[in-house]
Design a protein around this ligand. Structure first.
Ligand SMILES: Nc1ncnc2c1ncn2[C@@H]1O[C@H](COP(=O)(O)OP(=O)(O)OP(=O)(O)O)[C@@H](O)[C@H]1O
Ligand SMILES: [Mg+2]
Ligand SMILES: [Zn+2]
Length: 510
């Protein structure tokens, strides 16, 4: 046997970053041996066993001589299993079984025992890279075929097992490239709608205003008043996702392994609601190969922290910076990964341990000290991340039993979309796209008030001894109110609307 050499192209992944990897294979005379370099130890052993088993499943005698594989670049950390299919193809090519030109093909996927393929994470960003680098074909596990087929301009082949792959490549039984994946209409059907929420005029107005400007919002109210119900429906009134947003968010789900094989596109804004026992790593991301956390899984959507006061205070503090920068960077020995986290933060809490402080129809049984302690579980800087505080009062019996349908999400979303369109125009050429993200400089440039509005804000500022921060929060929310009404200049009613959603400061925190 003369020595044979082959090169097969694959793709590696670190965080959201896909990078090219080549698998070089060489079969030479000598003792029977199978070595792979360029993979972490445990990965090598396991990959070798799986590929060995796949070769036997294909009824191919394993080469008698020495098999050496190299995964390049060697200095980049690679996680093991997704290179199985490329290693397998490289081996068969080096053995002279696959003699066709595979230089414009990419192979990714894990092999199970018996030569079947297993789905892997990150297929979408990997396929994007393959297309960007000009490859013509990509071979992926059948479980991932729809996800890869989201990308147009590269032929995608879903492989069930290695016999199918060999039959296709040798031309004995060619398989068809997958059609480009288009989400079906049923994928984007809304389940939760605001027409289910009875009464709650003020809270409805609050969340609409928050949605219009992308403002973080804190819902405070008695148990059973509908806070969770309202928060759950927020994605239904946020603007439809753009194609770019859909791909960004889907990428995060792809690398975290949370995509459904049947519906591999996130076309509805995500709504994530981690339990209050969540760890810091669960919330912002972590792990030895850093995986995205809840805040990134909520990218372009809503992160809902229900029972805010029950969260570990230190865990919450970790959110502060990513909320500002809209990006999380996780550093590990293996390298650092960045994930986007442009989110709307929505939180809900009771005003006190018993839940009825400030309630018009039930007496609070907590001592003043207990109320104070409860609220102080949330730090000042954390509270400061919320542009708006909305009191959610209990629904009245009349509202609850009313047969009248309330406004649907579609109608509210329409107004929100129009307000967002004005912001898109306003912030053209800047990096931001909604009022909530305005810096103080942009705020001075864009928050134009008429004389009366300015006088009103001044008098409120002085009467309530407001902080400078609160002052700018009110202006931002007032601008969103003006946007909802199609006004270019902030008027008194916009200031009034914004001020009524700062109740928390005066009501509870004195
Ligand atoms: N405004 C409303 N219109 C219709 N149903 C409502 C409304 N408010 C509450 N409900 C009903 O009450 C249930 C409880 O509401 P929800 O869980 O949203 O309350 P909550 O404010 O989150 O309470 P908790 O503080 O206990 O978490 C809802 O599932 C819904 O059936
Ligand atoms: Mg609740
Ligand atoms: Zn109480």
């Amino acid at each position: 046997m003369k020595s044979m050499f082959s090169v097969i192209h694959s793709v590696g992944l670190f965080g959201l970053n896909a990078f090219p990897v080549t698998v070089e294979a060489e079969v030479t005379k000598g003792h029977q041996q199978f070595d792979i370099c360029g993979l972490p130890d445990a990965g090598i052993r396991e990959s070798r066993d799986r590929v060995h088993s796949a070769v036997l499943a294909a009824h191919i005698p394993f080469p008698k001589g020495r098999v050496l594989m190299n995964l390049a670049p060697a200095d980049v950390r690679k996680s093991g299993s997704s290179f199985d299919l490329a290693i397998f193809a490289a081996l068969l090519q080096a053995m002279g079984i696959l003699r066709m030109d595979l230089s414009r093909c990419i192979f990714i996927g894990e092999l199970g025992l018996g030569g079947t393929t297993h789905g892997i994470r990150g297929v979408l960003p990997m396929t994007m890279l393959a297309r960007k680098n000009g490859f013509k074909e990509i071979y992926v596990p059948a479980d991932n075929v729809k996800e890869a087929a989201v990308i147009d301009g590269i032929a995608v082949y879903g492989i069930h097992d290695v016999n199918e792959l060999i039959g296709h490549l040798l031309g004995h039984s060619p398989i068809k490239a997958a059609p480009v994946y288009q989400p079906e209409l049923s994928d984007v059907q809304k389940v939760l709608d605001f027409s289910d929420v009875r009464g709650q005029q003020k809270a409805r107005h609050g969340v609409e205003l928050a949605a219009a400007g992308g403002h973080n919002i804190l819902l405070v109210g008695t148990p059973g008043s509908g806070k969770s119900m309202i928060a759950n429906r927020l994605p239904s009134i946020l603007p439809e996702m753009t194609r770019a947003e859909i791909l960004e968010t889907t990428n995060v789900y792809s690398v975290s392994g949370e995509l459904s094989p049947e519906h591999p596109l996130i076309t509805e804004r995500p709504f994530r609601s981690p339990h209050h026992s969540v760890s810091a790593a669960g919330l912002v991301g972590g792990g030895s190969i850093p995986a995205p956390g809840e805040i990134s899984l909520a990218h372009n959507g809503v992160l809902f922290l229900d029972e805010l006061a029950e969260f570990d205070r230190r865990t919450l503090e970790i959110l502060r910076q990513p909320l500002e920068t809209r990006m999380v960077t996780i550093s590990r020995a293996a390298g650092s990964a960045s994930y986007p986290c442009s989110i709307m933060l929505v939180a809900a809490m009771n005003p006190c341990p018993c839940g009825y402080y400030g309630s018009p129809n039930k007496k609070c049984t907590c001592s003043p000290n207990a109320v104070k302690r409860y609220l102080s579980r949330i730090s000042g800087p954390m509270l400061d991340r919320f542009d708006m505080h909305v009191d959610v009062d209990p629904v009245s019996y009349d509202d609850l039993s009313s047969q009248e349908k309330t406004e649907s999400s579609a109608v509210i979303r329409d107004r929100v979309e129009r307000a967002r369109l004005r912001q898109k125009e306003r912030f053209k050429g800047t990096e931001i796209y909604c009022n909530a993200a305005m810096s103080d400089n942009l705020l001075r440039e864009f928050c134009k008030m008429d004389k009366n509005a300015e006088a009103l804000l001044k008098s409120i500022f002085e009467r309530f001894a407001m902080s400078a921060r609160t002052h700018s929060r009110i202006q931002k929310v007032a601008l969103s109110s003006a946007d909802l009404h199609g006004r270019d200049v902030i008027q008194t009613e916009d200031i009034a609307a914004a001020v009524q959603f700062r109740g928390f400061d005066s009501k509870y925190l004195q």
